[in-house]
Design a protein around this ligand. Structure first.
Ligand code: ADP
Ligand code: MG
Length: 257
């Protein structure tokens, strides 16, 4: 691969909603197998940045590369950024699995059917094979014994683990977690963090937007601190979390002590 070990390259990314500039010239490079924890106050643009990575939100300017797929954005002259064609866009989106704060499972499908759905409808995996793979993924997240249950019967932590299995079923190159544990009761956070930890051990490239600072310190190779649409400070946890250089980072982290 011409890009060496680099999996994600975000270059000079800009996004505004009307007059409100939410991402101001963001550049981040992430190697294959790397785990990046993104921290920062509410409203700093973390979710928008994640959404720009799979084009749920279309950036105004800059470029995004994931693996070998690359998109340039340029809304100069008042023109809206061109979105890639449907097929190209679907291919690009399939490279990233996204897990949100709220699990968005299909309520009328069992755990197993939730995990199978994308394999069958998007990847066109034969049903029997999809079932076998889905069961293996449920096993991976510790929920093989819940395969036949409907989401309403499951705890928040279980639902989130199914959402992770469902995202993994699409065989993404990258997993994006947007505050995946923020909506959970405290006693259910650990089981979801355990799954994320095991994905890190498997070498999955991940971006975790999180307020779990201790977890970020433990699992992340890089920590990115964002505020007001800018990367204020980035580096290993030993630097950004334990020895922040910027006053804004220090002030933010002081809240967690
Ligand atoms: P974070 O995830 O760090 O809390 P967000 O990316 O959600 O930050 O939001 C950054 C800013 O962008 C906020 O001020 C938010 O209100 C604004 N914003 C996000 N999405 C939209 C949207 N679709 N339309 C208008 N403003 C938005
Ligand atoms: Mg957010």
């Amino acid at each position: 691969m011409s890009n060496g070990n680099s999996m994600i390259q975000i270059s000079n990314l800009k996004k505004a909603f009307g007059d409100h500039v939410v991402l101001k010239d963001i550049s981040i490079q992430i190697d294959k197998g790397c785990v990046v924890a993104m921290i920062g106050p509410s409203g700093s643009g973390k979710s928008t940045l994640l959404r720009c990575l799979n084009l749920l939100t279309v950036p105004d300017q800059g470029s995004v590369r994931i693996g070998e797929r690359h998109f340039d954005f340029d809304s100069k002259n008042g023109k809206k950024t061109r979105l890639p064609k449907d097929k190209e866009l679907a291919g690009f989106r399939a490279r990233t699995g996204m897990v949100f704060q709220h699990f968005n499972l299909f309520p009328h499908m069992t755990a197993l059917e939730n995990v199978m759905e994308g394999m069958v409808t998007v990847l066109r995996t034969p049903k029997a094979e999809a079932r076998t793979k889905a069961l293996a993924l449920l096993q991976k997240v510790g929920l093989a014994d819940r395969a036949g249950m409907y989401p309403q019967k499951l705890s928040g932590g279980q639902k989130q683990r199914i959402a992770i299995a469902r995202a993994l079923a699409m065989q993404p190159d990258v997993m994006l977690f947007d505050e995946a544990t923020s909506a959970l009761d405290p006693e259910l956070v650990g089981e979801v963090l355990n799954v994320i930890r095991s994905l890190a051990a498997d070498g999955m490239t991940m971006i975790l937007v999180t307020h779990e600072i201790a977890f970020a310190r433990e699992v992340a190779d890089q920590v990115v601190f964002m505020r007001d649409g800018v990367v204020v400070e980035a580096g290993p946890p030993s630097q950004v979390i334990d020895n922040p250089q910027q006053a804004a980072t220090q002030a933010f982290l002081a809240r967690f002590n």
